[in-house]
Every structure is written in structure tokens, then in C-alpha cells.
Design a protein around this ligand. Structure first.
Ligand SMILES: NC(=O)C1=CN([C@@H]2O[C@H](COP(=O)(O)OP(=O)(O)OC[C@H]3O[C@@H](n4cnc5c(N)ncnc54)[C@H](O)[C@@H]3O)[C@@H](O)[C@H]2O)C=CC1
Ligand SMILES: O=C(O)/C=C/C=C(\O)C(=O)O
Length: 503
């Protein structure tokens, strides 16, 4: 086996970035960050406390109040966003190398995520320039229009599964809208977030517009959520964390967007193109190490093709290459952290009593250290099973049979989550009927997760609150104020008369 790759020039500490300066925590607190292949600490990150969040919010607030960034013309902001995209693209290989080292994601997939981060910035640069607003005219009487204003300091809280890309999915629309931001990245994977500072500065983003506070969720994240000068939180993470944040935001009535967990069904009807369905459902749960919110982690297969599907699927899963994340041949790398590894292994053991093990079921041979889990396939999993109901967030899939379309729908909807669904059938009427009945924020018909950034992204039920994506993101990061202008004769109101509408 090749020696484990450690990137050159790893920082010996990961500070905060506040008001254009890298700074330690006020009280000097730090925490260790682990390499998922060795589980050894490789650096120390600043552990932000309430005082550090206060400083970051004050810097962001000052940058907002100065008016330079929120007052800049959309085209000028877009030029900076495009320069950010260029810089991300220009260092995509270095970014992928660092992200792979920090997260354990396979290097080929981390490269794709780095490129997607650049795309997110380019997309929102284009969108903010193209944005138009509503105007309603009542000829000769009234003109009513919508005036957009950035909300102020946006609090952005992100998870560890594909950190740099998911940070960009919030940073790009927040900045495009004219907000200033405080980012709190996930504590398991803080390495790449510090790169934003240099990228933003070189692209011409004014100091104080972007601020970064590293730290533990219950400390730095909690202080951000409760801060009175932060009117908005965009959060991606686990459903239970989202519920807690929702409660903690109540006192200050913050705007909230929540992209939460999932247990998404991939439904394979007997008339489906089975080769394509097998390829895509393998990708759906084993790409990104299965640490993917939109993973199709429950596969429902119609009885006439069930046995063949299970046999072929398990054969393919058993041949997936698990190994060092930096090796370009690797398809499933190391899970992010020993705590997460223990959680996933717990579900693997549970699955052995809840379903029929077809592939995997433990550590792969020949990989003595690191958080490796063999791609694991369980068949005949009943709907009551915990591996059917609960998000594992690892390379573990539950397959269950169904007979009728109605039964497939009931099974698909029989969990508390509702993020994504995937449907495989050659009957387009059935595909659309199913898509419109399944409880999921996003549905892919005869496709794996191919994103169109213009469409809404988000879930229903326990998978989230609100949708980002396209104009919805710009809506979220702006207040939309209605301005009513009287034209011609001034409207006078007399007490006792009824309310009037103009059109
Ligand atoms: N729907 C979506 O778009 C996506 C959802 N996810 C979900 O994220 C989860 C995995 O990510 P994790 O990092 O484990 O989630 P997590 O909920 O543990 O942490 C997410 C972020 O919240 C912070 N946090 C934790 N407690 C907090 C608190 N009390 N107040 C404020 N912030 C707090 C953490 O430090 C981290 O930055 C999975 O459930 C996955 O499904 C991941 C990617 C996309
Ligand atoms: O495509 C997006 O905007 C978000 C994708 C999130 C993941 O890849 C995931 O965790 O599924």
C-alpha cells in the first residue's frame, strides 16, 4: 500500500478571520483536528467562544453599516464574485487535496466538489445581475414596486460532509445579495474554510464583509445563533441540531433556512432500465462515502426484478474500491471522524439483525487504521427497521421489495424525512404521478442527483425548512420592501371609508 499522503505546508494552527485579520480566540482556546486516515491530530483550530463571535459580528456589522458592499452596484459585486470563482478554479487541485486530507473523501470526488464551489460563485454572480423586481402599475393612479435590501449580517453554519462546497452554497448568494457574513464551519473539518480569506481578499472583497469563527457547535455556533445583531441564520446539518437552533432563534425571531437530514428512497419499478438504475443507485449512496444528505439510502424494488436487482447490486457494491482517499482509484475513502465511524458501525451491526446482509458488513480487509467501512448492503429490510427509518450518513443501504405502486408510495413516505426521491421506470405517466405524490423536496426521474442551480434545493418534513437555490436564495438574503407611489391625484383617506386596493 502506498504511504499515506500528507499535503505540504499544512498550517500548524487554524485561527479565526475577523475584520480582515487572522486572530486567535480571545481566551486562547483551541481544539484538535484529526486526520481521518490515521485519526491522529494534525493541527489545532481556534475554539471560538461568545467573545470571538461578538468580535466577528461587530466587524461584519461595521462593514455592513459602512455601506460599501451592500451599496455596491450588482455588476460590481458580480465582478468580485467571478474573480472568486476564478481563484477557486485556479486552485481546485490544492483545494481537493486539502479537503480530501481533512474529510477522507475520495480525491476525484473532492475535485468535483471544488469545481462546484467555483460554479456556485459564477452562478450567483450571473443571477444577481440578471435579477429584476416586480413593478405593478395602475395607469394614472399608482405605481407599486418592490425594493430589495440585504438583511445585514448573515450567520452561516455548515456541516463537514463536503465543507468547502457547502460553504460556497451559502457564501455566494449571501455576498451576491449584499450581506456581510460570519461563517461557522464544522469542527470536524475546518481546514479549507481558512482559504476563503485569501481568495476573498485577492478578489477585492472589502475587509469585514467575510468573517470566519472556528469552533464547536454548542459554543461558537450557539453564540452566533443567539446574537442579537445577526438577523438571519442559514444552517445545514442534522435535524436534531436544526430543531435546537430553531428554538434558540425564537427570542430574536431570526429568518432561518434549514437544510437537514434525509433518508431518501430510490424506487425501482420492474419496467426500469435496470443497468442505469443499478449504476445510479450505487452512486446515490456510495459517492461522497455515503456522507451525503441526498443519499438514496433506501432502495425500494418491485418484486419481479427484486432478486436480480439485489444480486447484481451486491456484486457491484462488493467490488467498490475502498482505500486511501488520496489514491485516484479510490471510490470510498475514510469516514470523517472516529465518532462518526462508531455511529455508522453501530448501524452496520444493527442491520445484521434487521435485514439480510448481502455485501460489506464491517471494516474492509487490509486497512488497519482509519475510519474505513466496506460498502454495506442489506436486503429484505422491513419498514419498522431502524436502518430503514434513520439516517446513517455512511456507505450503508437498505433494500426492500414492493408489489404495487401504492405500496411503493407508502414505503417511500413512511419515514420522518423528505429530502430527495429517485424514481426509475419507463412509464412516464407513472413517473410523474409518483413524483407529485412522494413527500420529498426534490425528485429525480430516471436520474441520479444531477443539480440545476436554478431550481429549489431543500426538503420537507424533518428534512428542512425553506428552500434555497436560484432566486429563492436571493430572496432569503434580502428584505423585500413594498413601496407604493401615488401618481396624479393624491389619494385621501377618510375615517369610516373601507380599505382600498388599487388594482
Ligand atoms: N439538507 C442538506 O442540504 C444537507 C444536510 N446535511 C446534513 O448534515 C448532517 C451532517 O452534518 P453534521 O456536521 O454532523 O451536522 P451537525 O448538525 O452536527 O453540525 C452542523 C453544524 O452545526 C454546528 N452546530 C452544532 N450544534 C450547534 C448548536 N447548538 N448551535 C449552533 N450550531 C451548532 C456544528 O458545529 C456544525 O458547524 C447530516 O444529518 C446531513 O444529512 C448535510 C449536507 C447537506
Ligand atoms: O448540491 C447541493 O447544493 C448540495 C448538495 C449536498 C450534498 O452533496 C449532499 O450532502 O447531498
Amino acid at each position: 500500500m502506498a504511504a499515506h499522503h500528507v499535503p505540504a505546508d499544512l498550517p500548524d494552527k487554524l485561527p479565526h478571520y475577523i475584520g480582515g485579520q487572522f486572530v486567535d480566540s480571545v481566551g486562547g482556546e483551541t481544539f484538535e483536528v484529526l486526520d481521518p486516515v490515521t485519526n491522529q491530530p494534525y493541527t489545532l483550530a481556534a475554539a471560538g467562544q461568545a467573545a470571538d463571535v461578538d468580535r466577528a459580528v461587530a466587524a461584519a456589522r461595521a462593514a455592513f453599516v459602512s455601506g460599501e458592499w451592500p451599496g455596491m452596484q450588482a455588476r460590481a459585486r458580480a465582478r468580485i464574485l467571478n474573480r472568486i470563482a476564478d481563484a477557486v478554479q485556479a486552485q481546485d487541485k490544492r483545494l481537493a487535496e486539502l479537503e480530501t486530507f481533512d474529510t477522507g473523501l475520495p480525491i476525484t470526488q473532492a475535485l468535483g466538489q471544488a469545481q462546484r464551489a467555483a460554479e456556485n460563485f459564477r452562478f450567483f454572480a450571473d443571477l444577481v445581475v440578471a435579477q429584476s423586481d416586480e413593478v405593478y402599475q395602475v395607469p394614472g393612479r399608482q405605481l407599486n414596486y418592490v425594493h430589495r435590501k440585504p438583511v445585514g449580517v448573515a450567520g452561516l453554519i455548515t456541516p463537514w460532509n463536503t465543507p468547502f462546497m457547502l460553504e460556497s452554497w451559502k457564501l455566494a448568494p449571501a455576498l451576491a445579495s449584499g450581506c456581510t457574513v460570519v461563517l461557522k464551519p464544522a469542527e470536524f473539518t475546518p481546514l479549507s474554510a481558512g482559504l476563503w480569506a485569501g481568495i476573498f481578499r485577492e478578489a477585492g472583497l472589502p475587509d469585514g464583509v467575510f468573517n470566519l469563527v472556528n469552533g464547536i457547535g454548542e459554543q461558537a455556533g450557539d453564540a452566533l445563533v443567539r446574537h442579537p445583531d445577526v438577523p438571519l441564520i442559514s444552517f445545514t446539518g442534522e435535524t436534531t441540531t436544526g430543531q435546537l437552533i430553531y428554538r434558540n432563534c425564537a427570542d430574536s425571531l431570526k429568518a432561518m433556512s434549514m437544510e437537514l437530514g434525509g433518508k431518501s428512497p430510490a424506487v425501482v419499478f420492474a419496467d426500469a432500465d435496470l443497468d442505469a438504475a443499478i449504476d445510479s443507485t450505487l452512486f446515490g449512496v456510495f459517492s461522497l462515502n455515503g456522507e451525503r444528505c441526498t443519499a438514496g439510502s433506501r432502495i425500494l424494488v418491485q418484486r419481479p426484478v427484486y432478486a436480480e436487482f439485489c444480486r447484481r447490486y451486491a456484486e457491484r457494491a462488493a467490488n467498490i474500491v475502498v482505500g486511501d482517499p488520496h489514491d485516484p482509484a479510490t471510490e470510498v475513502g475514510a469516514l470523517v471522524h472516529p465518532e462518526h465511524y462508531a455511529k455508522v458501525m453501530h448501524y452496520v451491526e444493527l442491520g445484521k439483525s434487521e435485514g439480510r446482509l448481502l455485501a460489506g458488513g464491517g471494516r474492509p480487509a487490509g486497512l488497519p487504521t482509519g475510519n474505513y467501512v466496506a460498502p454495506t448492503v442489506f436486503a429484505d429490510v422491513p419498514r419498522t427497521a431502524r436502518i430503514f427509518q434513520e439516517e446513517v450518513f455512511g456507505p450503508v443501504v437498505a433494500i426492500s421489495p414492493f408489489d404495487t405502486e401504492q405500496e411503493a408510495l407508502e414505503l417511500a413516505n413512511a419515514v420522518r424525512y423528505g429530502l430527495a426521491a429517485y424514481v426509475w421506470t419507463s412509464d412516464l405517466t407513472r413517473a410523474h404521478t409518483f413524483a407529485q405524490s412522494v413527500q420529498a423536496g426534490m425528485v429525480w426521474l430516471n436520474s441520479h442527483n444531477v443539480r440545476d442551480l436554478r431550481t429549489p434545493f431543500g426538503g420537507v418534513k424533518a428534512s428542512g425548512l425553506g428552500h434555497e437555490g436560484g432566486y429563492r436564495s436571493l430572496d432569503f438574503y434580502t428584505h423585500q420592501q413594498a413601496v407604493h407611489v401615488t401618481l396624479g391625484e393624491v389619494h385621501t383617506a377618510r375615517f369610516g371609508t373601507s380599505e382600498r386596493t388599487s388594482a
